[in-house]
Write a protein of this length. Sequence first.
Lengths: 132, 917
Amino acid sequence: MSERHRILLVEDEELNRMLVKAVLSRAGVDAVRNAELVDATTLSEARESVRGGGFDLILLDLNLPDGNGLSLARELAASEPPTDRPKPVVVAVTASVLPQDQKAALDAGCDDFLDKPYAAADLVATVARHLT
Amino acid sequence: MSIGWSRLVLLAAELTFAVLFLRGLLGYLRHRDPLHLDVTLVFAPCTMAFSADLMHQDLANRPGWARGFTSVALMAQPFLTLRLASRLRQVPRWLVAGTLLGFVVLAIPLAVAGRPLPFGLKVAAVLYFFSVESTAAALLFGKARTRTGANRARLMVAAAATLAFALMILLLGAAGPDTPALRSASHILALASGLGYLIAFAPPRWLSRLFAATAARSVTERLLRAPADSPEAVWQTYAEMMRVQTGADAVVVVLPRPDGPRQIGYAGPPLDVPDAPIDADLSVLIRSGLPARLRDGDPALVRHFGAGLADDFVVALRMPVPPDVEGWVLLFNRHRGLFSDDDLRLLAELGRQAGVLAERQAVSVLERRLAAELSNSVEALTRANEAKSNFLANMSHELRTPLNAIIGFSDLMRLENPEGDRRRVPADWVDHIHDSGRHLLGLINDILDLAKVEAGRMDLRVAPVRVDTAIEELLTTLSPLFAQKRLTVMIELAPVTALADRLRLRQIVENLVSNAIKFTPAEGTITITTSGTDTDVCIVVTDTGVGIADADAERVFEEFQQVGDPERRHAGTGLGLALTRRLVEAHRGGITLDSTPGQGSTFTVRLPAAPVTQPSATGTAGAPYVLLVEDDPHSAELMQTQLSNAGYRVEVAGTGESGLAVARSHKPDAIVLDVELPGISGWEVIRRLKADAALAGVPVFFASILDEAAAGLALGAHDYFVKPVDQPALLSALSNAIAARRVPRVLVVDHDDAVRHAIEDGLRAGGADVVACADGRDGLARSRTENFDLIVCDMQSPEADGFSLLAAIEQDPSGRHTPVLGLSAAALSERAPGDTAPLIATAMAGGVVAEAMAGGAGWDSLAPLLGPHPAAQHPAIPHHPAHPVIRRTSGGAHPPAGAVQLRSAVPRGLETAKEDQ
């Protein structure tokens, strides 16, 4: 068995965190199902976790109680990878779905964008695409 | 030769004086202007000398009398010149008087003395002449220095001419027969003086036109160059230029305005004039075109400009202003001016230019204003558009968030393997979907309400509403939430009645209380108070929550704004307070926030109070209602006081007949009856009461001096008291009887079996007597023939819907106005536009309460209203015994002890509304 992937889930809504966990834990793709999921409910918590390092993927809600998730994406894009691991892939997961929101996300250095509401299969497919 | 040349010069000089004399004389004869007379007099002596010269070519051959006369006349000139100067400016009186005295002293010896004159006299005469003339010249010069433009030039020339005249006399005195050069020089000076006077006092037409043209050009240039940004500024510049050019002390520009002629421009020393139209007739002044003292004109002018200017000379000139307006220019002078009216008129003509400029300014001011308005509108539209875009973006975000859970969890469910026609899914997924759906519904309802208020289409059914009762009802519903966070709720509800829409009032308070619950940490305190004045009702909700910083106080009422510590953001639509404010404002009320971060917030809602009406019965609305049938006023008063003090509402009827009528119309909770009454007796009254199906159940208590208890009880009385009545016993019996009787009857009409059964079960569990009908027509029929305390009906029943039922109840001849709880899957106004809306309105006005419950609000909302268990086991608030909230004020000293849970929840408030009518 290959190394477990680590996913950082930045999301302030409890229901949505539960949903992501439920969906990923039932995914048909092994890499996704077996990935280790770490929660962060605020931007500062997420920053703290990212500083610890070791994430392959960040599922990033943009509308966070203490600021816009994009600032985290920008910081990541500007920083040097701490180790020989590659930088984590950042997927913006948000209910702000206007074209300018998407553009802002990609400009900030997000690698992908997932609209809310999403189907379970979309979430799995997105995560699988970036983990494998 | 030289003498002949010199004489010609003298003759020319004397000719100019003669011309001046004649012009002055003609001017005086034509205008009767005193100034012209003065000018005429100044030049009269010289003219006489000229005439004498013409008659006697040889000076030496002149007869003695002529020489004497000429000399005397010439000696008068200095005095006359000084007098003219005194007309143009301030000259000390003693100077004028001294000069006159000098003239008289010198004139007599000059007239009689032989020629050649004695040396002393000659020196005295020449010195007198020179000194007075040069003084006059100095005075004119001084005056000239205070003036400007052509006026100044003319005064300067006049001063110079006077000085030349003085020098001429000096030379003439010094000259002897052997000094022809001096004599010639004096002749040249005389000519120069004469020409100077001519220029100053009677300029030839071309010169005067030159003066006027220069002045006009100067005025025009100034007008065009002056930085005028309004028509008023143009007129102001014009007034100032007129003052400069005419040398007037003050210039007033007057234009006709709708309310009369008004001063538009003014130049001169500070003047205290009223800001009012000039209510004076200028026509006399204008027609004369000459300077006149202000006090000689219309007295209204003096009143307007003040008594200080009454002695001033004023010239009024017409000022044509394009296209067809005529204004006026008033020139004020402390002394007479030098300009002839022709020149002034020409300057007044310049008003035409000022008018054009002013009009141009007016147009440009208007243009600027329109441009500014346009720019403001564009800005406002842009802002509105941005706000709309933001709102849509926010709304999209807010809607997607709960939808994400709904779609996500239901998607997960679909992925579970089916077992036959079922899937086994985690129970909490279903709860998540349900909660998100409810959240979404709340959001949509809030958005719809907000849109309705914004569009001014929120139909408020405003009626007097007991705010305290409404709040108590609401708190019953919200009590599980208080219990969940172990919040203490303090209430202090004064009985106040607001003019409000009952549903919206509830929404307002619910939003505020929910907000307080949301932001108050566990075990905090929420305080709710009501208070009122004649005009306002205040609802104050205070929490001990996180509080809001002053800077954010206004933002909390904006859509989609959650303020405060972002770490502690709370769930919610972000619309509640925005909607609350709009609802309050739609009621013509106001909402304010007072908050200290960390300590809590206080929201104060002010709503208009309902006008106070004097209730016919005493006691608190909502209290049990007792009919007292008693003919003796003293007895009635005593018992009424006792019952009122015990918390009952009391209606007194003086006869059996009126007692029966009141009983039928008001359905009292109990009747206290005397036996001996005028008209029908108490026995007959109770017989008829028991015969009436609607009133048979009402407990009757006899209170009589007759000891006929057996007869009374046999007729169906609940109890019998002999006067003097044992008050505690009566009150206790009343209280027990009322409590025992109160089993509410509820009619439930709903074609949906599941829904109907659920309601039926809930109501029965609450202790109510329930009649259920599936068919709307059955329900309608039963509502007509039987008495119910409450009707619960489906507003969209296929056969006979809630609206028909409402209409039927409204038309019920017995006037029972049973409260109706309407169940609807949609807001009533959405589903019942047009004809049914007025019906609801009339039903409401009649005291029928229609509760529209959004179908999606579901059973959670209804359950606390109905109470799931028999009240006997839960006398207060069954779920939360520690809950300190519900202090029912209605029962007074003897609360209706048997009131079941249903009673203390639903029909209580509804009944209150009924009784409020």
